[in-house]
Design a protein. Structure first.
Lengths: 196, 409
């Protein structure tokens, strides 16, 4: 995990945010993320995010569930310990379908929830830097990652000109780390998050 | 909306093709009628009338599913379907036409006392049979005729009322108040249709028309199964027409996003159909009671084995694996292929539901089935095309139209 320098621009209107996102992208800046109080339709498209692969993962988990169920039941009931249930054949496929279905759903659901948490970097006892507290309330917060070449002042005024009501520069941890929100500690010595 | 082509003109090719299909169908119908329909052999008669019966019931229910689609989306306050709602509306104009064919065929079968099709028509056998005697309040010619007339009549009338109110949105822009009133009236009319639909397609009609061929056997799943079959085929038919119109350069406001949602319906209701297929099959397989397994005996272990499981592959495995991906539901070619496959699969399903009971020893699938099928497909293309051409293709002033234009999945 590395600390990076970010320029943060806050917008109070979706209609302003969209053209700003497009302009920032076409100006060549790299958008780290946009934090919004609610899901904004079409923002992923405007930001140029690729389609999520969560559903492919879900399919793989589902297939795993199907084969686990069928493999287990058929081995147990047809090979290892065959029992006679009401004169049905040992390999009684129709009777296994409900369990197979349930296990498929269980694997897919649990697997996708965990994958989703991993992709979004959310988990219990894990902390992530908040660029602006009002992103959870009423502000759309666009975070732009800086490189050595980025002129911070230019970028700030660029954001302001495109409708940002508030801009600042932060040096922050980009990923997630073990920590708790109710205890104000950071994994690094430097507690200063707001730089000039 | 200057660039929108509102008026559909029937291409000459479509007319030629539909008339050719009808011609082929009529030839098959006449040959079938002469050689089988009026034959003295009961098997031949059952073959002909059964084939006609499942085709006409299938197409009536499939076209009626279009109106059901409009009504449920209206009740759910859906907006996304407005940009192409004239397509399902046009398809639903087939209900009176196919409905009257169904009516004639069924009433003829009942009135001419064809007890080799409906065993419960045989009054002497019923009098000696405690099971059929117990069902005779439901399975008797009088009730059959009244309920069939009511069902087809009310589908047609309530559907016509839905289409009439849709025409009002062509005339003039609506303000908030008149728009809200318009939506409320839409909702009320859709509710009437949906309730009647539930009482007929959702319960009694498949029991009466198709399940009563096996007069002793019953399954409470049967109607839902038939409904799922006809609804998923109905969505496929809508998809086909939408894609056809897009190819011809109409429906500018309908995009991949709308196709994606139609594809979702096709995918989801294929799964729903399988759920009912399995629920019906598994319970009977598990209990293994002769009174119940009699329906599946010749289908699972007899001559219909191939069709029975092919049915499951076409209607479950294919949609499940092929339509699962997002990109597949947004691909015009793939959706066209799947829609044709699903329509064929459910037509085959109706085939085995009816003919599997009428001709237990031999599979009759042959020239007659495809001939009659081509008659119905031809009629469908001809009349849906005409109906599309008779109205503007876009509900210009519908309050929810904008919702449909900006629809994004």
């Amino acid at each position: 995990m590395a600390k990076k320098k970010f320029v943060v621009g806050c917008f109070d209107d979706e209609a302003v945010l969209f053209p700003a996102v497009k302009k920032v992208r076409s100006a060549g800046y790299k958008i780290h993320d946009v934090y919004t109080p609610f899901a904004v339709h079409g923002l992923d498209h405007a930001m140029g995010l690729r389609e999520t692969s969560l559903h492919t993962a879900g399919f793989i988990y589902g297939i795993t569930g199907t084969s686990t169920a069928l493999g287990c039941i058929s081995w147990i009931l047809a090979k290892d310990w065959p029992l006679n249930f009401g004169g049905k054949p040992h390999f009684a496929l129709p009777a296994w379908i409900p369990i197979t279905f349930e296990l498929t759903v269980l694997f897919a659901a649990v697997g996708m929830v965990l994958t989703f948490c991993y992709l979004c970097q959310i988990a219990p006892f894990v902390k992530k830097h908040h660029f602006h507290a009002r992103a959870t309330d009423d502000l759309f917060v666009m975070v732009i990652e800086c490189t050595e070449k980025t002129n911070v002042d230019d970028l700030k005024s660029f954001l302001s000109n495109n409708g940002a009501i508030e801009t600042d520069v932060q040096i922050a941890e980009a990923g997630w780390w073990l920590g708790r929100y109710d205890q104000d500690e950071l994994p690094f010595e430097n507690k200063q998050t707001v730089a000039a | 909306m200057a660039s929108i082509r509102e008026q559909f003109e029937i291409p000459g090719k479509m007319k030629t093709w539909s008339l050719a299909l009808i011609g082929v169908g009529l030839v098959a119908l006449v040959i079938g009628l002469v050689t089988k329909g009026f034959s003295t052999d009961e098997h031949e008669q059952a073959h002909f009338w059964g084939t006609l019966m499942y085709n006409t019931i299938f197409w009536t229910l499939v076209c009626n599913a279009s109106m059901f689609f409009i009504c449920v989306t209206t009740l759910a306050m859906g907006g996304w379907q407005q940009s192409f709602r004239r397509i399902p509306e046009a398809i639903s104009t087939m209900v009176p036409i196919f409905g009257s064919i169904t009516f004639v065929v069924l009433i003829y079968i009942v009135v001419s006392d064809k007890h080799f099709i409906y065993h419960w028509l045989d009054t002497e056998a019923v009098a000696k049979d405690p099971i059929l005697l117990g069902k005779s309040g439901f399975l008797n010619p009088k009730f059959f005729i009244i309920w069939t007339t009511l069902a087809i009549g009310l589908w047609s009338i309530l559907g016509w009322r839905m289409r009439q109110i849709s025409r009002e949105a062509d005339e003039a822009p609506m303000d908030n108040e008149s728009g809200a009133k318009f939506i409320l009236r839409n909702t009320v009319r859709a509710a009437f249709f949906t309730v009647w639909f539930a009482l007929t397609v959702g319960s009694t009609i498949p029991w009466l028309w198709m399940m009563s061929i096996d007069a002793h056997w019953y399954s409470t799943m049967y109607s839902w199964y038939t409904f799922a079959s006809s609804f998923v085929s109905g969505m496929s038919l809508i998809a086909l027409w939408v894609i056809y119109m897009k190819n011809k350069g109409y429906l500018e406001l309908t995009t991949q996003d709308h196709l994606h949602d139609i594809g979702k319906f096709m995918f989801a209701f294929s799964i729903f159909w399988t759920y009912l297929w399995f629920s019906q099959y598994m319970l009977i397989w598990y209990a293994n009671i002769p009174e119940e397994t009699v329906y599946f005996k010749h289908r699972v272990q007899g001559p219909y084995k191939g069709i029975f499981f092919l049915n499951l592959i076409i209607n479950f495995i294919c949609p499940l694996l092929i339509l699962m991906k997002r990109s597949a539901k947004r691909n015009y070619t793939l959706v066209t292929f799947m829609a044709v496959l699903i329509l064929f699969g459910h037509w085959l399903d109706f085939y085995q539901m009816v003919m599997g009971s009428l001709s237990k020893e031999t599979v009759t699938l042959g020239w007659l089935d495809f001939g009659i099928l081509s008659l119905f497909v031809g009629l469908m293309i001809l009349f849906v095309g005409r109906s599309l051409a008779s109205k503007p293709l876009i509900v210009k002033y519908h309050p929810f139209l904008k919702e449909s234009i900006i629809h994004q999945v």
